[in-house]
Design a protein around this ligand. Structure first.
Ligand SMILES: Cc1cc2nc3c(=O)[nH]c(=O)nc-3n(C[C@H](O)[C@H](O)[C@H](O)COP(=O)(O)O)c2cc1C
Length: 208
């Protein structure tokens, strides 16, 4: 099966967390943009809030983001722990791109005042909305042949990233999806995906 024809459920099955990535790209940047546009346009949001914001950083811009994270971490991480942390950040740096997933607060606030009976639920649904965008991008990039991993270095880089890419400071950074070409053998040493018995986690009633 070629990657560009991988059906959705196959992409779901194929998706893994891949850390050993490189700066090759199986598709061109236009294709990445097309997928990101599809996510913003077609992934649902709670009450159609359309609160998700994505900032796609490629090549030198991706490098710049991980330089920012590394420089901040260097200040916080003790010297004797730095090797591990530094290697981890270098692994992300070695990849091709990173997508920053934000949620804009304005649409959420509006919904809270329009539907006060759900006011306390909207922040949680905003997290769900972001997660849907993250997962869609993860599977879609995998379907194109990229390897990906999902990171949460927020809020460390928030201010510097906002200044660097002209991102409104009130947007909330939720996650970072790192993607790139897969180093040969990067899937072979992965643990089995699902270890807890499915029968203990899935319950179907009423099927023929
Ligand atoms: C909500 C969520 C948060 C995650 N956060 C991180 C993270 O911060 N760092 C990381 O390396 N992996 C993170 N992961 C990846 C999981 O550890 C990984 O998906 C899980 O162990 C299953 O492995 P698989 O992705 O290869 O199927 C996250 C995954 C999810 C769904």
């Amino acid at each position: 099966m070629t990657h560009d024809t991988m059906p959705f459920v196959e992409a779901v099955k194929h998706r893994r967390t891949i850390y050993t990535l490189n700066k090759t790209a199986p598709v061109d940047d236009k294709k990445i943009e097309e997928i990101a546009r599809t996510a913003i346009k077609d992934v649902p949001s709670s009450f159609n809030s359309q609160s998700a914001r994505m900032v796609v950083l490629l090549k030198d811009q991706h490098d710049k983001f991980w330089d920012i994270v590394r420089d901040i971490l260097k200040v916080h991480v003790p010297e004797d722990k730095w090797e591990h942390t530094g290697n981890r950040i270098q692994g992300f740096h070695n990849a091709y791109g990173t997508i920053l997933f934000y949620e804009a607060p304005e649409p959420i606030k509006k919904l809270q005042s329009t539907f006060p009976q759900y006011a306390d639920k909207f922040p949680q649904w905003s997290e769900h909305t972001s997660a849907m965008h993250q997962y869609m991008m993860w599977c879609a990039l995998e379907a194109e042949g990229f390897g990906c991993n999902l990171q949460h270095y927020n809020p460390l880089p928030d201010q510097k990233a906002a200044a660097e890419w002209n991102i409104p400071l009130e947007w909330q950074l939720k996650a970072q999806l790192v993607f790139g070409g897969e180093e040969p053998g990067s899937r072979e040493k992965l643990q089995t995906k699902s270890e807890q018995p499915i029968e203990e986690r899935l319950f179907i009633h009423g099927a023929a």
